[in-house]
Write a protein that binds this ligand. Sequence first.
Ligand code: SF4
Length: 230
Amino acid sequence: MMTQPIILNEIPFEIDVDRLMKELRIQKSRDLETDFRALCEEAYNHAHPKAMIRGAYIDEKGEDYVIIEGVKFKSRVLRINLEVAERVFLACATCGMELYEWGQSQTDIFLQFWADAIQDHALQQAIEYVRSYIEKTFNPGKLGVQNPGSLKNWSIKEQQKLFDLIGDSESSINVKLLDSNIMVPTHSVSGIIFPTEISFVNCLLCPRQNCPKRRAPFNRDLYKNHYELN
Ligand code: SF4
Protein backbone atom coordinates (compact mmCIF):
# COMPACT_ATOMS: atom_id res chain seq x y z
CA MET A 1 0.00 0.00 0.00
CA MET A 2 1.36 3.46 -0.92
CA THR A 3 2.07 5.73 2.03
CA GLN A 4 0.39 9.12 2.16
CA PRO A 5 2.59 12.19 1.59
CA ILE A 6 3.46 14.40 4.54
CA ILE A 7 2.52 18.01 3.83
CA LEU A 8 4.65 20.72 5.46
CA ASN A 9 2.86 24.02 4.97
CA GLU A 10 3.92 25.83 8.13
CA ILE A 11 7.63 26.15 7.42
CA PRO A 12 9.13 29.04 9.39
CA PHE A 13 10.68 31.79 7.30
CA GLU A 14 13.27 34.26 8.50
CA ILE A 15 15.21 36.63 6.24
CA ASP A 16 18.87 36.94 7.12
CA VAL A 17 18.99 40.49 5.80
CA ASP A 18 22.70 41.06 6.45
CA ARG A 19 23.66 37.84 4.68
CA LEU A 20 21.45 38.58 1.69
CA MET A 21 22.79 42.12 1.45
CA LYS A 22 26.31 40.73 1.35
CA GLU A 23 25.38 38.20 -1.35
CA LEU A 24 23.66 40.91 -3.38
CA ARG A 25 26.52 43.35 -2.78
CA ILE A 26 24.26 46.01 -1.32
CA GLN A 27 26.35 48.47 0.62
CA LYS A 28 25.24 49.40 4.12
CA SER A 29 24.11 52.90 5.09
CA ARG A 30 22.98 53.77 1.60
CA ASP A 31 19.52 54.42 0.16
CA LEU A 32 19.63 50.98 -1.40
CA GLU A 33 19.81 49.41 2.06
CA THR A 34 16.60 51.20 3.07
CA ASP A 35 14.87 50.01 -0.11
CA PHE A 36 16.07 46.46 0.42
CA ARG A 37 14.96 46.33 4.04
CA ALA A 38 11.52 47.63 3.01
CA LEU A 39 11.27 44.91 0.35
CA CYS A 40 12.17 42.26 2.93
CA GLU A 41 9.43 43.53 5.25
CA GLU A 42 6.97 43.31 2.36
CA ALA A 43 8.13 39.78 1.55
CA TYR A 44 7.20 38.58 5.05
CA ASN A 45 3.54 39.22 4.21
CA HIS A 46 3.70 36.83 1.28
CA ALA A 47 6.17 34.15 2.32
CA HIS A 48 4.73 30.70 2.92
CA PRO A 49 7.39 28.16 1.95
CA LYS A 50 6.04 24.63 1.76
CA ALA A 51 7.10 21.08 1.09
CA MET A 52 5.81 17.55 0.74
CA ILE A 53 7.61 14.30 1.46
CA ARG A 54 6.66 10.71 0.78
CA GLY A 55 8.55 7.67 2.02
CA ALA A 56 8.86 4.89 -0.59
CA TYR A 57 10.54 1.49 -0.86
CA ILE A 58 12.93 0.37 -3.57
CA ASP A 59 11.70 -2.69 -5.50
CA GLU A 60 14.73 -3.41 -7.62
CA LYS A 61 18.24 -2.18 -8.44
CA GLY A 62 19.83 -2.83 -11.85
CA GLU A 63 23.17 -1.74 -13.28
CA ASP A 64 21.99 1.72 -14.23
CA TYR A 65 18.47 1.97 -12.90
CA VAL A 66 16.33 1.61 -9.80
CA ILE A 67 12.65 0.76 -9.53
CA ILE A 68 10.80 2.56 -6.75
CA GLU A 69 7.22 1.42 -6.15
CA GLY A 70 6.95 0.14 -9.72
CA VAL A 71 8.49 3.25 -11.34
CA LYS A 72 11.82 2.90 -13.13
CA PHE A 73 14.39 5.70 -12.81
CA LYS A 74 17.35 5.49 -15.14
CA SER A 75 20.56 6.90 -13.70
CA ARG A 76 23.77 5.11 -12.92
CA VAL A 77 24.68 7.73 -10.31
CA LEU A 78 21.33 7.35 -8.55
CA ARG A 79 21.67 3.57 -8.68
CA ILE A 80 25.10 3.63 -7.01
CA ASN A 81 24.00 6.27 -4.49
CA LEU A 82 21.16 3.98 -3.43
CA GLU A 83 23.51 1.05 -2.82
CA VAL A 84 22.71 0.75 0.89
CA ALA A 85 19.20 2.22 0.77
CA GLU A 86 16.00 0.22 1.01
CA ARG A 87 13.72 3.16 1.63
CA VAL A 88 13.95 6.68 0.15
CA PHE A 89 12.13 9.96 0.65
CA LEU A 90 10.60 11.60 -2.42
CA ALA A 91 10.30 15.30 -1.85
CA CYS A 92 9.26 18.61 -3.35
CA ALA A 93 9.98 21.96 -1.68
CA THR A 94 8.99 25.44 -2.76
CA CYS A 95 9.29 29.10 -1.84
CA GLY A 96 5.48 29.13 -2.15
CA MET A 97 3.14 30.44 -4.84
CA GLU A 98 2.30 33.55 -2.78
CA LEU A 99 5.93 34.73 -2.71
CA TYR A 100 6.41 33.79 -6.37
CA GLU A 101 3.41 35.86 -7.44
CA TRP A 102 4.59 38.75 -5.29
CA GLY A 103 7.98 38.54 -7.07
CA GLN A 104 6.24 38.48 -10.47
CA SER A 105 4.36 41.65 -9.57
CA GLN A 106 7.55 43.70 -9.11
CA THR A 107 8.02 46.13 -11.99
CA ASP A 108 11.40 47.66 -11.14
CA ILE A 109 14.35 45.62 -12.39
CA PHE A 110 16.31 46.00 -9.13
CA LEU A 111 13.33 44.95 -7.06
CA GLN A 112 12.75 41.96 -9.34
CA PHE A 113 16.35 40.86 -8.84
CA TRP A 114 16.14 41.22 -5.07
CA ALA A 115 12.73 39.54 -4.92
CA ASP A 116 14.26 36.63 -6.83
CA ALA A 117 17.00 36.32 -4.19
CA ILE A 118 14.38 36.41 -1.41
CA GLN A 119 12.44 33.61 -3.12
CA ASP A 120 15.62 31.57 -3.32
CA HIS A 121 16.26 32.27 0.37
CA ALA A 122 12.77 30.92 1.17
CA LEU A 123 13.36 27.83 -0.95
CA GLN A 124 16.66 27.11 0.80
CA GLN A 125 14.89 27.30 4.16
CA ALA A 126 12.21 24.89 2.92
CA ILE A 127 14.94 22.46 1.78
CA GLU A 128 16.70 22.64 5.16
CA TYR A 129 13.39 22.14 6.94
CA VAL A 130 12.65 18.99 4.90
CA ARG A 131 16.05 17.55 5.73
CA SER A 132 15.72 18.25 9.42
CA TYR A 133 12.12 16.94 9.47
CA ILE A 134 13.27 13.63 7.95
CA GLU A 135 16.20 13.41 10.38
CA LYS A 136 14.03 14.03 13.43
CA THR A 137 11.07 11.90 12.34
CA PHE A 138 12.73 8.89 10.71
CA ASN A 139 16.26 8.93 12.12
CA PRO A 140 17.75 7.62 8.85
CA GLY A 141 21.41 8.53 9.55
CA LYS A 142 23.50 10.47 7.02
CA LEU A 143 21.44 11.73 4.06
CA GLY A 144 22.23 12.42 0.41
CA VAL A 145 19.99 14.00 -2.22
CA GLN A 146 19.73 13.86 -6.00
CA ASN A 147 17.51 15.98 -8.21
CA PRO A 148 16.40 15.02 -11.74
CA GLY A 149 18.11 17.23 -14.30
CA SER A 150 20.84 18.58 -12.06
CA LEU A 151 23.36 16.10 -13.48
CA LYS A 152 23.79 14.87 -17.05
CA ASN A 153 23.42 11.36 -15.69
CA TRP A 154 19.81 11.81 -14.58
CA SER A 155 17.54 13.39 -17.17
CA ILE A 156 15.11 16.13 -16.24
CA LYS A 157 12.54 14.14 -18.25
CA GLU A 158 12.28 11.79 -15.26
CA GLN A 159 10.82 14.60 -13.19
CA GLN A 160 7.25 13.69 -14.22
CA LYS A 161 7.71 10.15 -12.89
CA LEU A 162 9.00 11.55 -9.62
CA PHE A 163 6.00 13.87 -9.32
CA ASP A 164 3.63 10.97 -10.03
CA LEU A 165 5.14 9.16 -7.05
CA ILE A 166 5.30 12.14 -4.69
CA GLY A 167 1.55 12.78 -4.95
CA ASP A 168 -0.69 15.67 -5.96
CA SER A 169 1.70 18.59 -5.52
CA GLU A 170 -0.67 21.05 -7.12
CA SER A 171 -3.48 20.65 -4.62
CA SER A 172 -1.17 20.00 -1.64
CA ILE A 173 1.49 22.71 -1.92
CA ASN A 174 0.53 24.57 -5.10
CA VAL A 175 3.50 23.46 -7.22
CA LYS A 176 2.74 22.76 -10.89
CA LEU A 177 4.96 20.74 -13.15
CA LEU A 178 4.69 22.02 -16.72
CA ASP A 179 5.10 19.81 -19.81
CA SER A 180 8.53 21.42 -20.24
CA ASN A 181 9.47 19.94 -16.81
CA ILE A 182 9.76 23.44 -15.37
CA MET A 183 8.16 23.85 -11.96
CA VAL A 184 5.97 26.82 -11.06
CA PRO A 185 6.88 28.50 -8.73
CA THR A 186 10.28 28.41 -10.38
CA HIS A 187 11.93 28.51 -6.96
CA SER A 188 10.92 24.93 -6.30
CA VAL A 189 12.92 21.74 -6.26
CA SER A 190 12.13 18.04 -6.39
CA GLY A 191 14.39 15.14 -5.54
CA ILE A 192 15.07 11.82 -3.95
CA ILE A 193 16.58 11.93 -0.46
CA PHE A 194 18.31 8.77 0.63
CA PRO A 195 20.35 7.29 3.47
CA THR A 196 23.99 7.01 2.52
CA GLU A 197 27.32 6.08 4.02
CA ILE A 198 29.25 8.60 1.94
CA SER A 199 28.38 12.26 1.62
CA PHE A 200 26.84 13.13 -1.72
CA VAL A 201 25.72 16.40 -3.26
CA ASN A 202 25.23 16.92 -7.00
CA CYS A 203 27.97 19.58 -7.05
CA LEU A 204 30.64 16.89 -6.57
CA LEU A 205 29.93 15.68 -10.12
CA CYS A 206 29.07 19.04 -11.70
CA PRO A 207 31.88 20.82 -13.61
CA ARG A 208 30.07 24.16 -13.91
CA GLN A 209 32.48 27.00 -13.20
CA ASN A 210 31.74 30.04 -11.04
CA CYS A 211 28.40 28.71 -9.80
CA PRO A 212 27.33 30.92 -6.89
CA LYS A 213 25.39 28.03 -5.34
CA ARG A 214 28.15 25.43 -5.36
CA ARG A 215 28.11 23.41 -2.11
CA ALA A 216 31.12 21.15 -2.72
CA PRO A 217 34.14 21.29 -5.05
CA PHE A 218 33.95 19.41 -8.38
CA ASN A 219 35.68 16.05 -8.00
CA ARG A 220 37.07 15.24 -11.45
CA ASP A 221 37.83 11.60 -10.66
CA LEU A 222 34.75 10.72 -8.65
CA TYR A 223 32.58 9.55 -11.56
CA LYS A 224 35.34 7.35 -13.00
CA ASN A 225 36.33 5.90 -9.64
CA HIS A 226 32.93 5.43 -8.06
CA TYR A 227 30.14 5.43 -10.64
CA GLU A 228 31.46 4.26 -14.01
CA LEU A 229 30.40 0.81 -15.22
CA ASN A 230 33.35 -1.60 -15.31
S1 SF4 B 1 27.67 23.49 -8.99
FE1 SF4 B 1 25.85 24.77 -9.20
S2 SF4 B 1 24.82 24.00 -11.05
FE2 SF4 B 1 26.28 22.43 -10.43
S3 SF4 B 1 25.08 21.03 -9.13
FE3 SF4 B 1 26.06 22.53 -7.75
S4 SF4 B 1 24.53 24.15 -7.49
FE4 SF4 B 1 23.90 22.93 -9.29
